[in-house]
Ligand binder design. Structure first.
Ligand SMILES: Nc1ncnc2c1ncn2[C@@H]1O[C@H](COP(=O)(O)OP(=O)(O)OP(=O)(O)O)[C@@H](O)[C@H]1O
Ligand code: SF4
Length: 270
């Protein structure tokens, strides 16, 4: 089987995975994309979380639709006219955004196959794939599609400091091993709360679970991201301000923290 034609001009494919829902996988995908854009890379984001696609909201693209070209390929949604960021999400195909997709296995697999084979990504430095939590039909389908691709860097695993989440991560790591995805590292999200008044960081859920696990399993620890309400504020404000999300993000503390994670992740892959 040949690798999908749509990925021919993509230099690096990175999957974002988490053992559990709600740990901030889509936020990490978004922040990784913003950090890469701020470093001058051309980025694509593919959201295959068919049950709760949140990427359109993250980039303020909720009113966008996907269009098919005359040769029946899909055109992604571009963030702006510079086309530095292109986005594809199942969310663009849903009429009622409050509803998640309740498709069964074969239909989900078919949709993912179409996204992988028929998207016109064009030339990209990085394609980030935001996957659903756990290991599902979607993961198996994407692993199947990427099996013969030599541009897949591997997976980034997102966790939170609580032990329960760390245990879930182990399942994700086993899945990666099974399908031959290299594990690029672990990011610990929601690691402490940054006070909006004095910027003091308090570890309300404890800390260090991700780092300990990475050490135990011999996996790279990419870093921790605190709970910072400015992220959600930026997401909500982006459609009302003149500044783009990238500009706002480049100036904030989270941007600096995530910049280090991005450098850690991309070092050696350029
Ligand atoms: N570090 C952070 N600081 C502040 N808010 C955050 C942070 N990480 C995540 N959030 C918020 O938490 C919520 C859940 O995050 P997100 O949607 O990224 O999780 P997810 O793991 O992708 O969820 P799902 O399992 O539904 O796909 C979002 O509203 C997001 O804005
Ligand atoms: S961290 Fe400092 S400023 Fe923030 S709520 Fe606590 S005491 Fe107040």
């Amino acid at each position: 089987m040949d690798p999908p034609k749509s990925l021919k001009s993509v230099k690096h494919v990175i999957l974002i995975l988490s053992g559990k829902g709600g740990v901030g996988k889509s936020s990490v995908t978004t922040q990784l994309a913003l950090s890469l854009l701020n470093r001058g890379f051309k980025v694509g984001v593919l959201d295959i979380d068919l049950t709760g696609p949140s990427i359109p909201r993250m980039f303020g693209l909720e009113d966008r639709k996907l269009y098919q070209s005359s040769n029946r390929t899909w055109i992604p949604a571009y963030y702006d006219e510079t086309k530095q960021l292109s986005v594809c999400s199942i969310g663009f195909l849903l009429n009622d955004r409050g509803n998640s997709v309740v498709w069964r296995g074969p239909k989900k697999t078919g949709m993912i196959r179409q996204f992988m084979r028929d998207m016109e990504w064009g030339e990209l430095d990085y394609l980030l794939i935001d996957t659903p939590p756990g290991t599902s039909d979607e993961h198996i389908a994407i692993a199947e599609e990427l099996r013969y691709c030599n541009n897949v860097d591997g997976g980034v695993i997102v966790t939170t400091p609580q032990l329960v989440s760390v245990n879930d991560v182990k399942k994700e790591i086993n899945f990666c091993k099974k399908v031959n995805f290299k594990i690029l590292g672990i990011v610990e999200n929601m690691s402490g709360f940054v006070c909006p008044f004095c910027s003091e960081c308090t570890n309300i859920f404890g800390s260090g679970g991700g780092e300990r696990l990475a050490g135990e399993l011999g996996i790279k620890y990419l870093g921790n991201v605190p709970i910072d309400p400015t992220f959600t504020e930026m997401i909500e404000r982006q459609t009302e301000t003149k500044e783009s999300l990238m500009e706002m993000y480049g100036k904030c503390e989270l941007g600096r923290i995530f910049g280090k994670i991005t450098d850690e992740l991309t070092s050696g892959s350029q």
